[in-house]
Design a protein around this ligand. Structure first.
Ligand SMILES: C[S@@+](CC[C@H](N)C(=O)[O-])C[C@H]1O[C@@H](n2cnc3c(N)ncnc32)[C@H](O)[C@@H]1O
Length: 217
């Protein structure tokens, strides 16, 4: 990223507001705005924040869940410590990272029960939009697979995805596991951005099946 990109960023109002208010990233306001519209997080929730670096969403999530809640952030990058939040450094497309998060969860009072998974994961931008979009959907598919494993019935998922060819199929797959799936673009998203946030509520766990494959009664 060049000098111009950095200068542009410093002029950006959400960036300056984040600096003023002590948030680690401008994306903190996106989560606040999504929360105002959709109430994705509640007091006392256990929340997994995927793609958490540098920690803006984790700060907002911790404020929303309060002292009785729990926030675990995961990222490829190292994240500076934050009071009341636990971080795992790892790749969410790898089983070993998911296992580490599960181990950490199991040590808490509520065990592996999770109320909400929020994912702001973004791929490394290559400049080839078709590839970037496919990589974004790939990350989202892992976020959804993880959410399907850990969410309590009725749980919530917030996931950022780049719009494009693979988007409709991804959204339709999500609809199989949640009562409602709504797209939302918070005002703090850059106008020219192709990212969209999907807010999925009312998680429906898959019904256990009998050995013959029929749904158990
Ligand atoms: C837009 S940033 C997230 C900003 C964050 N929500 C905040 O408010 O500070 C996207 C993050 O996704 C992370 N990421 C990308 N691929 C990942 C993966 N496979 N596993 C974990 N994190 C990943 C990147 O390292 C990057 O920090």
């Amino acid at each position: 990223m060049g000098k111009n990109w950095f200068l542009e960023k410093k002029k950006e109002p959400w960036y300056r507001k984040a600096k003023r208010e002590g948030y680690r990233a401008r994306s903190a306001f996106k989560l606040q705005q999504i929360q105002e519209r959709h109430e994705i997080l509640r007091t006392g929730d256990t929340v997994i924040d995927l793609g958490a670096a540098p920690g803006g969403w984790s700060q907002v999530a911790k404020e929303l869940v309060g002292p009785a809640g729990r926030v675990i952030g995961v990222d490829l990058a190292n994240i500076a410590p934050m009071e009341g939040v636990q971080f795992v450094r790892g790749d969410m497309t790898k089983q070993e990272t998911m296992d580490e998060v599960l181990r950490l969860l199991a040590k808490g009072a509520k065990g592996t029960r999770v109320d909400a998974v929020i994912s702001d994961m973004s791929p490394q931008i290559t400049g080839n939009y078709t590839m970037d979009q496919a990589n974004s959907v790939f990350l989202c598919q892992h976020a959804v697979a993880f959410a399907r494993k850990v969410l309590d019935a009725g749980g919530r998922l917030l996931v950022k995805v780049f719009e494009g060819e693979d988007y409709p199929e991804f959204r339709d797959d999500l609809k199989k596991s949640f009562h409602t799936v709504k797209p939302y673009n918070p005002p703090a998203s850059r106008k020219q951005s192709s990212e969209i946030y999907l807010v999925a509520t009312g998680f429906k766990p898959a019904r256990p099946t009998t050995p013959s494959g029929a749904a158990a009664t």
